[in-house]
Design a protein around this ligand. Structure first.
Ligand SMILES: [Zn+2]
Length: 235
């Protein structure tokens, strides 16, 4: 058998293998698994984000609680001063009252913020629980499909090995350089070997130049397409 007939047959089997690999990649359970995996990763990221927010909130609450206790102490001190060392005149008394009022106002402002932060934090806890429930459901579904897919994959892998064996068999006797060329063309144009069709490349449909047509007339068994790089068999 001529080299170019052999590589043509090799290509048929190689394309069958490619088709099979494509079908394996397109397996519906495999696609579902990828979807669930992506979803689970999203949930993990969501949990991490919430945890970060909760951390920031509790740091803030802690700081506010400290500040409120410090301010309360100051208020106590003013009160003590009022009883132990009463102001001498009205203006001093007024000063003291204003200072205390300011402190009390700041305290209530901070307490409101603490209450709000605590409420928000509870909301985040709820969110976390919801995310965890969703993730657990998805995880269970992932595991269920994975068990089915693993079986399918085991079977498909056997078939894949058979096809790979066939491809290897077909490669026997083919010139090494020609096989290499085939692999190189395959990277950009597949299938790499085509036939001539009405003076055109059977792969990309480009009209063959006169020089190539002349080669064919003088009995050349193949030409290479200037456009797509494929090997064009003449017969
Ligand atoms: Zn072409």
């Amino acid at each position: 058998m001529e080299q170019y007939e052999m590589i043509w047959e090799y290509q048929q089997t190689d394309m069958e293998l490619e088709q099979y690999e494509r079908e394996m990649r397109n397996n519906s359970n495999r696609k579902e698994l990828i979807k669930y995996r992506d979803f689970l990763l999203e949930q993990q990221a969501a949990l991490k984000k919430i945890e970060g927010e909760v951390d920031v909130m509790s740091d803030r609450v802690e700081a506010l609680v400290d500040e409120v206790s410090r301010l309360n102490k100051s208020v106590e001190e003013y009160k003590k001063q009022l009883t132990e060392n009463p102001p001498e005149d009205q203006s001093k008394a007024h000063e003291l009252v204003t200072a205390v009022e300011k402190l009390v106002s700041r305290i209530s402002h901070y307490e409101a913020e603490i209450a709000k932060l605590r409420k928000d934090s509870e909301g985040r806890d709820r969110q976390q629980r919801e995310v965890r429930v969703r993730a657990a459901k998805a995880r269970a579904e992932f595991d269920r499909i994975k068990a089915i897919y693993d079986e399918e994959y085991k079977e498909a892998s056997k078939q894949l090995e058979v096809l790979r064996g066939k491809v290897a068999e077909k490669a026997v006797g083919i010139d090494k350089q020609l096989l290499e060329k085939y692999q190189i063309i395959k990277r950009h144009s597949t299938p790499p070997i085509t036939r001539i069709r009405d003076g055109r490349c059977g792969g990309c449909n480009m009209q063959l130049p006169a020089a190539d047509m002349n080669k064919i007339r003088t009995g050349e068994p193949f030409v290479e397409c200037e456009n797509c790089g494929r090997i064009i068999l003449v017969r």
